[in-house]
Design a protein around this ligand. Structure first.
Ligand SMILES: *Cc1c(COP(=O)(O)O)cnc(C)c1O
Length: 412
């Protein structure tokens, strides 16, 4: 556990260790060109849209952001959407809009990216982790109630890897205890549960458009909600706490004075970012179909190896297929997860770790007192998990290369 991987630093860190490894190894490359984990792809329409922003001279928040918000509203069925510059900002503002602050507690899963916990901490509240299930990697609803205290204000379920949480169970717990539900749907914009689209089920739902996510604007995020009052508070807080009409400053409606009604943040999205994202909604379902095909090939062709594959799908939900994770147990395979990643790298296949559980990182251990043994499932996953490429832009030969590299790296 000495090396901590963050999604963002993984690539360079891995490249360095891989380079070291190459000098000492006889690993065979399975392909000429390095297969970068999670690289996005942009068509001519997106390139044209970005150029259009640049040529127009209007690159800040404006009509393209409004278009992207409209698209996400239509895609998710949410009545209101507010675009911001990251999912971290979306989570932070949603928690603030839910009146979460110092002295409060917010329940979430330790099996997530650090941003989920950090956004809670930034409000002054305390994240209370409830262990995930080992197979689904999702917060275990059966353990939530025992973690609720008089200070609990909200539950933040994370649709990890694109698998949607048991929202019926979570909603009924929230209702019983009068808690807000704010979904971290960074992995699951395409997700559905029991006939409902992710984005239309809870008080607020937060999406990420970070580079590696299923839909990207480079950096970006969005809050979806059916509550006009929450949406307007979030919008106000996202732009310095200026009164709502301040967003009209970004139009050609003429000069308007603004009033600051709260000390807010600088979390707004630029048109330049929205331009990158707008045309992705033409493809989002086609890309999901393609990831489904790749997913089926992995599940078919990797079964029988001494590794665990993702849990079976929940028939109540549609999985958004964000991450395909393998569990590498060195006792079974004779190779550690990190050594496996080095071998994959030497074979020219990029992989990732999603994630080392939040509870294992030093700040949370030192300041919240989290211990590996308190979250045995999240710890078990943290020690074994590795994500293999699942981009819709992989062709069949790329997928074959990944499968070949996995078999060879495991000595199968
Ligand atoms: C990526 C991610 C975030 C943060 O998204 P940003 O847009 O980079 O702020 C939050 N939660 C999860 C689960 C993520 O994977």
């Amino acid at each position: 556990m000495a090396r901590l991987f963050c999604a963002r630093s993984l690539r360079s860190e891995n490249e360095q260790s891989g380079a070291l490894f190459l000098r000492n190894s006889v690993e065979r490359r399975v392909r000429e060109k390095y297969l970068v984990f999670g690289a996005p792809h942009f068509g001519e329409a997106a390139i044209g849209e970005v150029v259009d922003s640049l040529r127009s001279g209007w690159i800040g928040t404006g009509p393209k952001v409004a278009r992207l918000e409209q698209m996400v509203s239509e895609y998710t069925g949410a009545k209101h959407t507010v675009a911001v510059n990251s999912c971290t900002a979306a989570l932070h503002l949603s928690l603030l809009a839910a009146d979460v602050g110092p002295g409060d507690e917010v329940i979430t899963s330790p099996m997530t990216f650090c941003a989920t916990a950090n956004s809670i901490i930034h409000t002054g509240a305390r994240p209370v982790f409830v262990d995930c299930e080992r197979d689904t990697q999702l917060i275990d609803p059966a353990k939530i109630e025992a973690a609720i205290t008089s200070r609990t204000k909200a539950i933040v379920p994370v649709h990890f890897a694109g698998r949607v949480c048991d929202m019926n169970a979570i909603a009924s717990i929230a209702k019983r205890h009068n808690l807000r539900v704010i979904e971290d749907a960074a992995h699951a914009i395409e997700g559905r549960y029991d006939g409902h689209k992710v984005g239309s089920m809870s008080d607020m739902t937060c999406f990420s458009f970070y580079v590696t996510k299923n839909v990207t604007t480079g950096e970006g995020g969005m809050v979806a909600t059916d509550d006009a009052e929450l949406a307007s508070r979030i919008k106000m807080k996202a732009l310095h706490g200026m009164s709502r009409d301040a967003w009209k400053r970004f139009s050609d409606a003429g000069y308007k004075h603004y009033e600051v009604v709260s000390p807010g943040f600088k979390y707004n999205m630029m048109d330049l970012q929205a331009a990158i994202g707008i045309h992705q909604f033409d493809h989002v379902e086609v890309w999901l179909d393609r990831r489904n095909e790749i997913w089926r090939r992995y599940s078919e062709e990797l079964k029988g190896l001494q590794i665990d594959l993702p849990a079976r799908d929940d028939p109540r939900s549609r999985h958004a297929r964000h991450l395909y994770t393998l569990m590498i147990d060195s006792a079974k395979t004779g190779v550690t997860r990190d050594e496996f990643m080095n071998r994959m790298h030497a074979k020219n296949i990029g992989t990732g770790v999603h994630y080392i559980g939040v509870h294992l990182h030093p700040w949370y251990r030192e300041n919240l007192g989290t211990k590996a043994e308190d979250y045995p499932n999240a710890t078990w996953i943290s020690e074994r998990t590795v994500s293999i490429p699942l981009s819709p832009h992989l062709d069949d030969d790329d997928v074959t290369d990944v499968i070949t590299a996995i078999r060879e790296s495991l000595g199968a």
